[in-house]
Design a protein around this ligand. Sequence first.
Ligand SMILES: Nc1ncnc2c1ncn2[C@@H]1O[C@H](COP(=O)(O)OP(=O)(O)OP(=O)(O)O)[C@@H](O)[C@H]1O
Ligand SMILES: [Mg+2]
Length: 442
Amino acid sequence: MNLTPKEIVAYLNEYIIGQFEAKKAIAIALRNRYRRMKLEKEMQDEVIPKNILMIGSTGVGKTEIARRLAKMMNLPFVKVEASKYTEVGFVGRDVESMVRDLALAALALVKSEHKEKNKQAINKYVEKIILEKLLPPLPKGASEDKQDAYKQSYEKMRERLITGDLDGLNIEVDLHQSDNDFGSDSNMPPEMIKVQESFIKILSAGQNSIKKEISVKEAKEVLKIEAADKILNNEAIKREAAQRTQDSGIIFIDEIDKIAVPSSAQGRQDPSKEGVQRDLLPIVEGSTVSTKLGSINTDHILFIAAGAFHLSKPSDLIPELQGRFPLRVELNSLNEDTLCKILTQPKNSLLRQYQALLKAEDVELIFDDEAIKAIAKIAYAANEKTEDIGARRLHTIIEKVIEDISFSADEHKGETIHVNAALIHKKLDAIVENEDSARYIL
Ligand SMILES: Nc1ncnc2c1ncn2[C@@H]1O[C@H](COP(=O)(O)OP(=O)(O)OP(=O)(O)O)[C@@H](O)[C@H]1O
Ligand SMILES: [Mg+2]
């Protein structure tokens, strides 16, 4: 959480090429959250986050930046598609559900942290239950010798349990039904969830523990859930999760351009799109949403919106909403050089992915430098000639290039295959030359 902006950018650089402006804006926004927590309470309440609007055509890394951030930062994070809220009614979701989703994400996050912290206690609890099933209990008033012997065999059993020696044995355990999973559909308002939960309680009254024979291996996992329920302080977890949702939650609203009504629509209005924008206003502005964790105030949640804005412009959003995303960053289109770097530099770059996939068949795939340049060049040309789909173009091209190798990989077991420029030109030149075929194939 206390990474400096420079460190955040350095981390993102491992996965995303270029787009420095966007990385910088997000890094600063995150750091400001951290700075805010150091202020006095009164000041803290005043400092509201500056929401960010990322603008860039498709496939240039908007979603990727957000995805990587979430993974790294251990922050409550959700990504939603703005367009899915336009189908209000039975299939659509109400806009507030994004806050409920965020609360659930925070809950899962805090819970797993607490589990990690109490790992030892949880394991001990599980071991104790299993061992008591395996070892007949010591009769009351047993002599000291007997007690010592019991302790010894208990320890021995414990070791065998830990090493997995006993995994194959079957034991009978009481399984308590946990009611944790109910109401995880965040689309439902919390009042409904409560009703549902009480129904389930009534229906399952008296039978919330069932005996079942399972293997020790399974028991280890199953009992962990029960142990966590017993050992962890659920109230404290909920309180912490609510706090973290409010103070460090991030909601990433993707495809926000899809709810803008383009000016080319010439006065025709689209009530469902504008409706979603209006619904978004109070949430982005700061309001209270009731969730499973209680009321969540959205004042300090950071919103990052992203969109390609091909057909519409940011100014086509209703003015109130535009004003709530004061930081605008533009992501650049990818040129030949960047495409080339995207192929090779990121930690899990496309080429590495393909190499790993074929490695599974025991085929070594090597891309020559010239070949990589040729792929980037063709991808760029295809983006220019047809639609610009950014880095996604690389996928279609590489697929085409290694199609044959991929298909007959089993015949090449143990071989090393060089992908050189000649192969690329042979597979693709004819396609690229003809605009029509390029449109269909690439
Ligand atoms: N600058 C970049 N560096 C590394 N990889 C990139 C970059 N831009 C895009 N990619 C890769 O391209 C793919 C698509 O990127 P991403 O999902 O971020 O697109 P997007 O900008 O969100 O597009 P859309 O507007 O269609 O949602 C991802 O697999 C990502 O890894
Ligand atoms: Mg995207």
